[in-house]
Write a protein that binds this ligand. Structure first.
Ligand code: GAL
Length: 377
């Protein structure tokens, strides 16, 4: 081999090595850590993806390695191809001011960012728990930014729909709800208690101070109207609420979905005119069987279906479908017109190390969503 050939071979080897490193960097294996372009696990949990221009933005909970509260805030990553993710830092930072709603040490969960075409602003909604108060505040937070990577400016946090009844409850329904009394039920889960929950017992209990809002998502419909879907009433009942045109407030129009059904982690998408809502049950960080609902209108009526998950997580301890492969959903986004289910495999000991799981949503012959395990992206 002469010198020129040796140089050529060396260049070729370098090229092959570079290409294989690049393709490795871009590959995400479900059930394993997902690295960003700095080689660090993507610390964006319970969040969503927003496409703006030709760039995808991934927002999520930036979690510390130890502890369950929020230290930094809400993270944002960017990508041109949904594979190589660049850490863009903290989009919404916690406050160092004592007593501030988002004081460092509060709990910020399930952030979702929307782009408002009319105002040209990026709007973030998230679940907020006040510092030192566990999960009792149950508020939704609003923040806004001119740029997708922030810095987002915190606007306020609140309970929702104080002194407002769901639009689909008539006078008789309201009268029945007003006759309930949550304080008298020392024992839950019996038929008589369930009946009262269906009547709106917790709605009535929280009427004055506003309804609780914990796990949440947002959805922008084809007409640009946005909706907030949240786990309310002690995580018993979902509320669907319409947002104002600027996405910075609620219009006051809302209704209940599956009262007493204990649905959390709501994820929604529309396919051929049908809205599909995929939720989890309420078992904290531990996985459970996903629930699925469909409706022809965002206001229901919602029909319940069996879980869409089938098979086992061959790449993650063979976790079964009835445990959602060990994960809990966070968002459904459309990748080239095809819905993808985004989920977290929580690691409650080290929340920052929680894994990401993205699975394509397929449809059976009847057009019902089916979610199977795939190894990688
Ligand atoms: C889960 C919920 C998470 C977090 C966790 C706390 O059920 O989906 O967002 O709130 O409980 O235990």
């Amino acid at each position: 081999m002469n010198k020129t050939q040796r140089t050529k071979n060396f260049a070729l080897c370098c090229m092959v090595l570079l290409l294989s490193t690049l393709s490795q960097a871009q590959e995400h294996v479900n059930g394993q850590l997902w690295m960003d372009t700095d080689g660090k696990h993507i610390n964006a949990h319970g969040g969503n993806i927003l496409k703006y221009g030709n760039t995808y933005y991934w927002y999520g909970e930036n979690r510390p390695y130890n502890g369950g509260s929020t230290e930094a805030g809400i993270a944002v990553y960017s990508s041109a191809n949904l594979k190589s993710w660049k850490n863009e830092g903290v989009a919404l930072a916690t406050s160092m001011k004592a007593g501030h709603d988002i004081e460092r040490g509060c709990i910020m969960e399930r952030p979702k960012v929307l782009y408002n075409k009319k105002t040209k602003k990026f709007v973030m909604l998230f679940h907020l728990e006040l510092k030192g108060r566990g999960y009792e505040a149950a508020r939704v937070g609003f923040a806004v930014s001119d740029s997708p990577t922030g810095p987002f400016q915190f606007l306020r946090s609140q309970r929702i729909h104080a002194n407002q009844w769901p639009f689909d409850m008539d006078e008789e329904d309201i009268k029945a709800a007003k006759q309930t009394d949550a304080s008298q039920w020392k024992e839950w889960w019996n038929d008589a208690w369930r009946k009262e929950v269906n009547k709106g017992m917790y709605l009535w209990r929280d009427m004055k101070g506003g309804q609780m809002s914990r796990d949440m998502t947002v959805y922008v419909d084809d007409d640009g109207k946005a909706y907030h879907i949240t786990s309310s009433q002690e995580n018993l009942t979902l509320l669907v609420s319409e947002l104002t045109d600027d996405y910075l407030d609620f219009t006051g129009k809302y209704n209940m979905v599956a009262p007493g059904g204990q649905n959390e982690a709501p994820c929604i998408f529309k396919h051929k005119g049908t809205y599909w809502l995929i939720c989890s049950g309420c078992t904290g960080w531990s996985p459970n069987e996903a629930r699925m609902f469909s409706a022809k209108s965002i206001w229901g009526p919602w029909k319940q279906h069996p879980t869409p998950f089938v098979g086992t997580a061959t790449g993650y301890n063979n976790m079964p479908a009835n445990k959602t492969f060990g994960a809990q959903g966070t968002f459904i986004y459309q990748m080239n017109g095809k819905p993808v289910f985004m989920a977290d495999i929580w690691n409650p000991r080290h929340l920052s190390q929680s894994l990401h799981l993205w699975l394509p949503i397929e449809f059976d012959k009847e057009g019902t969503p089916v979610i199977r395990w795939v190894d990688k992206w």
